[in-house]
Design a protein around this ligand. Sequence first.
Ligand code: UD1
Ligand code: MG
Length: 456
Amino acid sequence: MADRFAIILAAGKGTRMKSPRPKVLHEIGGRTMLAWSVALAKDIGCKRSVVVVGPDMPALSEAAAKLVGAENVVVQHEQLGTANAVDAARGALASADGHAIVLYADTPLVPKEAGERAFGEIEKGASVCVLGFNATLPNRYGRLVTAADGSLSAIVEANDATEAQLAIPLANSGVMAAPVTLMFELLKEVKNDNAKGEFYLTDLVGLARGRKLKAAVALCEERDVQGVNSQVELAQVERVFQDGVRERMMTAGVTMPAPETVFFSHDTKVAAGVTIEPNVVFAGGVSVEGGAVIRAFSHLEGAKVGVGAFVGPYARLRPGAVIGKDAHIGNFVEVKNVTVGEGAKANHLSYLGDGEVGAGANIGAGTIFCNYDGFFKYRTVVGEGAFVGSNSSLVAPVTIGAGGYVGSGSVIVEDVAPDALAIARGRQAGKDGWAKAFRAEKSAAKKAGKKPDGAV
Ligand code: UD1
Ligand code: MG
């Protein structure tokens, strides 16, 4: 099979986003649109991806260089049209031998199968292949004019189309594949004598046909090639992404009574048999193993949830939270960079940051791992089977030995030996009858209209 290359167009200014951030650095499913295109190119086996950026886009160039290497970032100096944009990659691909696919960085959800189909047509002998779809509202798209044998005769831009051509529902997604050398050879012949005065990439079809070469269409779904030009469209594409993941998750055996309220990242991994209650957000880097239950209103990021664990309602798992098998993390509990052992429980109102909780340990309501002194962070270790009484502060670095017991309301600043008891709080004192005498004195004063000194 011929080597594969990708040319990713990202030179558009994205003015309609009205955002200081370059358009293609906005995210879908927690990953930039540019990174989606680069990921697609990798998924379909492209050896290299060249990203075409505009001039004076330092943040974009930097982000692109991180993804594909600085040598694969090229600048299109003036926005003279899509053909001119692809032509900017000529130098970078001078030695490339194989087939290339053109992707738009503002069209992030092109499925791997669609990219494969486009390359597949070139491998079967077509000279140009575009990804087409049946548009519900084709107005602004280029129309695909096909021949009786289903091959592609021409692409006509909406501005240049006749009434009859405008009636064609088959639209150009913009994704195009061709052999690298042929693509750059034909690009030299593209002219800008059209309604917009731009160099159209779509002209490659006519030029190929003029040489008696075959042009083909590969089909895809409209939702797969929805582009983003505004914040509203960004949210629409996000919805397409979320709906797709929700459906895939449910098909794979994840239970979600209100899937439309659950939000996933591009990399969320959820095993079959997991239940996700309503209003849960998965930020990047989360995996959940079988049988776990993620209860309502929880937020998870960079966390691993083990088999049969319970998380939430209202839990927050931050990066490095590793929740063991059958462990329970309850309401208003925040866990960051802590490994929670098998069957351990922290059911209410706690902050567990930097450390570990041994198997079977019980963390009482209101426990805080005091991990930060304003400059550095330290670890708290709670041993297996230990019991931390409610409303305790464990001032790190500190270790509660296995089976150790911390009395409620303690501020623990020293290690606690295994199986020992530590109580670190004021001793309780009691005075019989004090409250009754106090009330008698105060109510008498009030009746007599005598305010004590300092009362307001
Ligand atoms: C293009 C296609 C049209 C297709 C539509 C799908 C052409 C001539 N037309 O039209 O057939 O239906 O996409 O959305 O190709 N870009 C650059 N540099 C440029 C011009 C564009 O990088 O000089 C980038 C844009 O940022 C964008 C993409 O290329 O990501 C497409 O450009 P755009 O101007 O949106 O093309 P359309 O007119 O929508
Ligand atoms: Mg467009």
